[in-house]
Ligand binder design. Sequence first.
Ligand SMILES: Nc1ncnc2c1ncn2[C@@H]1O[C@H](COP(=O)(O)OP(=O)(O)OP(=O)(O)O)[C@@H](O)[C@H]1O
Ligand SMILES: [Mg+2]
Length: 402
Amino acid sequence: MICRRACFKVVDDLDLTPLISYLSQVAEKSGCDAKLTLNVSRKTLVCEVCCLRSKKLIDVIKARFAAVKGLKASKCFGSKGLTAPSGWWPLSGSVCLGVEAFTGSPFCLDERNLRRHAVIVGSTGSGKSTTAKKIFKELAHNKLVLDWHGEYRGVAKRIECISLNRLRSLGQLELMDALANSLKLTDAQYYLLMKVVQMLYAKGGEFGIRDIIFYLKSLEELSRWIRESKYSLLRKLEMLTVRGTCKFEITDLESLTEGGLVIDLSGYVTEYAKKFVSHAVLAYLFAKARGGELKRTYVIVEEAHNVIPKSSELSVADKIFMEGRKYGLHVIAVTQSPRAMSENVMKNSYVKIIHGIREVDDAKYVAESVGDPSLWKEIISLDVGEAIVAQRKLARVIISNS
Ligand SMILES: Nc1ncnc2c1ncn2[C@@H]1O[C@H](COP(=O)(O)OP(=O)(O)OP(=O)(O)O)[C@@H](O)[C@H]1O
Ligand SMILES: [Mg+2]
């Protein structure tokens, strides 16, 4: 981050309002943050600008301010090497994570880089969720967390259960996608399920997993394969209805578009249910985003290897990694098992936040994915809360835990 200061002598009575609005406009356009301070007793006006890239902004501002009647450019005393105090500069459009390990200067991500998706990797206990929470708090956009272990309590409004009784709003294709990806269906099971789902959509009215089970049970068993597939499919669907601490309170998918939510999946007993809800949420948001009905939204996906696993089939989450950016839907995948995750995640994440990894093969895989095979030695030596952040170039960062 580059910070610059320009100072002016106030030689006349001055209305600061147009200057402030001009300053905020140019700063916002350039992805910078700026501040004007008027020192009445000393009759000076100080303009401070911090940018991630643009060094020239202060010259543009100086030239514009010099044209203002009542201002005269003056020397800034003690302004050399101005660095942004952490926490003071809420750079518009930036997500500040902590400080650079070697320089101690604040480290912020440009929010626009996160639009090209991100991945946070690291062994268990290395600090992944702490970093993800930091990003969640800093992001000034619609945001959701798919929280597998209930780690995000107190971070934002929490939803315990997504209703599995009201699935119509999901859409037929999205529902099939969510079921197929969470239940790992065979072709025969997929075919039977599709028949039932098509029938429920054609029938009209609300329906849920229990209705799917009910109609599947009533399907005629005209052959042995139908009978076998039907009962194996029923066993999988029943897994979605096992009640844990999640009381199946009704939170409709529609309410997800309001953003700023933590979807706590820890109450679901089975992995099947956690996966189904994750896929349903992603499929719903993606459909809304493609239809232009969703404000820019970020989704943090915890345990991403479970939601976007390595597989020959493309899941909705894979599709979001490949196409979500242009519809304003962005994912931050969090995982301790990078090799178990779809290759699309590493390939399509512009920002990679790498915490300490103890498993050498995982560390080597991640090092290769950032184009620096020798980096694995540094990755295995990172302390808790330390990370290497890879964007266009690498930075070693100490993540702030506040
Ligand atoms: N940036 C940090 N600064 C200081 N301590 C940290 C930081 N990040 C994590 N910790 C410490 O490490 C512990 C584990 O962090 P965290 O829960 O974020 O790890 P994790 O990688 O998400 O682990 P898991 O894979 O088990 O979910 C935290 O409880 C905290 O005490
Ligand atoms: Mg965690």
